[in-house]
Design a protein around this ligand. Structure first.
Ligand SMILES: Nc1ncnc2c1ncn2[C@@H]1O[C@H](COP(=O)(O)OP(=O)(O)OP(=O)(O)O)[C@@H](O)[C@H]1O
Ligand SMILES: [Mg+2]
Length: 478
C-alpha cells in the first residue's frame, strides 16, 4: 500500500525510472565485459590452435623432404616441429580438455606419440636390414598417423572457431533485449513527463490566466494522487479563497460607501425631524380645544410618523457609526443567551428554541456588537417562521482550521434563490414598508467581519434558512 502510494508520486516514479535504467545499463555493461573477456580468450586459443596445425603441417613437410632426399637434417627439423607442437599442447592442456574433452586431447597426444615413435623407427632402420615389406608397412603407418594428426588438429581449430561464433550468437539477443528494454524505459519516462507533468501544467497555466482575468474558476480535476493532484487541490483552494475574499471586499466597499452616505443623510434629517416633532407637540398643547377632534388626530398622526422616522434615523446612525469596538474573551453561550433574552417577548409560543451551544467555548468578541448581530439573525428567523417552528442555534470547535462555528437555523419558508445574493445588502428587505429597514443582516455582516469571521447562508425555498458564522478560535491561554 505504502509502496503503491509512493509510486503515484511523480518524483518517486522518475527516481525509480532512472535507477532502473542505471541498473539495467550497469548489468548490461558487466555482461558485455564478461562476454568480451571470453571472446578475447577464445581468440587467443584459436590462434594457438592454428599455430599447432601449422607446426604439425611443418613436421609433415620435413617428413616428405626426408623421404625424398634422406637428409638427417629434415628428420631433425620434423622432430623439432613435433616437439614445439607438443609443448603448445602441454601448455594449453587444461583449457583444451575443458573445451574439447579429455578423450580428444588424450587421442591427440597418442597420435603424435605414435607418429614420433614410427618416424624414429623408420629413421633408425631405413637402409638397414629390416626388410622391404616391414619398412613399407612402417612408412604407411607413419603417414597414416601424420594424416590423422593433421585431421584431428583441424577439427580442434574448427571447434575453437565455432566457440567464437556461438558466443557471438549468444550475445546478439542480449544486445537486442537491452536495446528494447532501454527504448521501453525511455518511452515510459517520456510518457510520465508529458502526460503526467507537462499537460497538467499547461491546464493549470490556462486556468491561472482565467483567474487573472477575474473569473474565479476552479479546475474540475482532482483524480490524481500525485504532486499535480496536490497542486490542483491547492490551486482550487486558492481560487475559492480569492473568490470569497473578492465577494467580501465588494460587500465591505458597499457597506463603507453606504455608511458614509447614510450617516450624512441621517444627521441632516435629525434636526428637521426634531423641529417637526417639537412644533407638532407645541401645536397640540397650545391649540387645545380650539381645533376639532379630526385635526387633533391628524397632528397626533404626524407626531407618530415623525417618531417612526426618528427611529429609522437612529438605526441608520447605528449602522454607520464606528462605535467603540473592543475584543474581549467571552463565553459564546452567554453571548447567545443574552441575545435570545432580548427578543424573548417577540417569540410566539408556537416557536421552539433549541440552544445547542456548549458552555466551554471562549471567543474574542465585542459583546455588545455580537449580541446585536446574533439578535438580528434570531429576529429574522422568528419573523420568517411566524406562529410555529423551531429555531436551532448550534456551535462547535473546528480544531483543524482553529475556528469556531456558530449556526443559526430555522424551519421557516426559506429564502428564494433570486433573493439570496442580495440579503446582506443594506436596505434590502422583502418586508412591508415600515416593518423592516433591511439593515439587520448588513449590520450582522459588518460585525462578523470586524471579528475576522465569515458568514454564509444556505437556504432554499420551503426548507428553512441556515446562517453559518465562523470566528477565529481564542488562542489565549485561560
Ligand atoms: N431566516 C430567514 N428566513 C427567510 N428570509 C430571511 C431570513 N433572514 C433574512 N431573510 C430575508 O432577508 C431580508 C433581509 O433581512 P434583513 O434582516 O437585512 O432585513 P429585514 O429583516 O427585512 O429588516 P430589519 O432587519 O431591518 O427589520 C429579509 O427581508 C428577508 O427577506
Ligand atoms: Mg432583519
Amino acid at each position: 500500500m505504502g509502496l503503491l502510494q509512493g509510486l503515484s508520486k511523480i518524483r518517486v516514479r522518475l527516481a525509480v525510472g532512472f535507477v532502473a535504467a542505471f541498473l539495467g545499463m550497469a548489468l548490461f555493461g558487466v555482461l558485455s565485459y564478461s562476454y568480451f573477456l571470453g571472446m578475447e580468450q577464445k581468440l587467443v586459443f584459436l590462434s594457438q590452435a592454428d599455430g599447432m596445425v601449422n607446426m604439425a603441417l611443418e613436421a609433415r613437410r620435413y617428413e616428405k623432404n626426408y623421404f625424398l632426399y634422406r637428409h638427417d637434417q629434415d628428420f631433425e627439423q620434423a622432430l623439432d616441429y613435433l616437439n614445439r607442437y607438443e609443448a603448445m599442447l602441454g601448455a594449453d592442456r587444461e583449457h583444451l580438455v575443458r573445451g574439447h574433452g579429455q578423450a580428444a586431447i588424450a587421442g591427440l597426444q597418442k597420435v603424435s606419440a605414435d607418429y614420433r615413435r614410427q618416424f624414429v623407427w623408420v629413421h633408425d632402420h631405413i637402409g638397414g636390414d629390416a626388410g622391404v615389406a616391414k619398412m613399407d608397412q612402417a612408412v604407411t603407418k607413419l603417414r597414416a598417423s601424420g594424416k590423422e594428426l593433421i585431421e584431428r588438429l583441424e577439427v580442434l581449430a574448427r571447434n575453437e572457431r565455432q566457440g567464437i561464433t556461438d558466443l557471438l550468437r549468444e550475445y546478439r539477443p542480449l544486445l537486442v533485449a537491452f536495446l528494447v528494454l532501454l527504448a521501453g524505459l525511455g518511452a515510459v519516462l517520456a510518457y510520465s513527463l508529458i502526460v503526467r507533468l507537462v499537460r497538467p501544467l499547461q491546464i493549470i497555466e490556462a486556468a491561472t490566466e482565467v483567474v487573472a482575468h477575474g473569473d474565479y474558476q476552479t479546475i474540475p480535476w482532482a483524480k490524481h494522487r500525485d504532486e499535480i493532484g496536490s497542486l490542483v487541490q491547492a490551486f482550487n483552494r486558492m481560487v475559492t479563497q480569492l473568490r470569497h475574499n473578492n465577494e467580501q471586499m465588494i460587500q465591505t466597499e458597499k457597506l463603507t460607501a453606504l455608511g458614509t452616505l447614510t450617516s450624512g443623510v441621517a444627521h441632516e434629517l435629525n434636526n428637521p425631524l426634531n423641529n417637526i416633532s417639537t412644533s407638532c407637540q407645541i401645536l397640540l398643547e397650545e391649540l387645545g380645544q380650539e381645533v376639532g377632534e379630526y385635526h387633533r388626530e391628524l397632528l397626533a398622526a404626524i407626531d407618530q410618523q415623525v417618531a417612526k422616522a426618528r427611529d429609522i434615523v437612529s438605526s441608520l446612525l447605528e449602522f454607520s457609526r464606528q462605535r467603540d469596538f473592543r475584543l474581549r474573551r467571552e463565553n459564546l453561550r452567554t453571548v447567545v443567551e443574552e441575545s435570545l433574552k432580548l427578543i424573548r417577548g417577540e417569540i410566539p409560543s408556537g416557536v421552539q428554541v433549541r440552544l445547542l451551544v456548549p458552555g466551554g467555548i471562549q471567543v474574542q468578541m465585542d459583546k455588545a456588537h455580537m449580541v446585536q448581530a446574533l439578535l438580528n439573525l434570531a429576529m429574522n428567523a422568528v419573523q420568517a417562521m411566524g406562529e410555529a417552528g423551531v429555531l436551532t442555534i448550534t456551535a462547535r470547535m473546528l480544531t483543524q482550521t482553529r475556528r469556531v462555528e456558530l449556526v443559526v437555523e430555522d424551519t421557516g419558508p426559506g429564502i428564494p434563490a433570486q433573493v439570496l445574493p442580495r440579503i446582506f445588502d443594506p436596505f434590502f428587505t422583502t418586508k412591508d414598508v415600515g416593518s423592516g429597514t433591511g439593515l439587520g443582516l448588513s449590520i450582522t455582516y459588518g460585525v462578523v467581519e470586524r471579528h475576522h469571521g465569515h458568514i454564509e447562508v444556505a437556504s432554499s425555498q420551503g426548507r428553512g434558512a441556515r446562517f453559518t458564522i465562523t470566528l477565529p478560535m481564542d488562542t489565549e491561554r485561560s
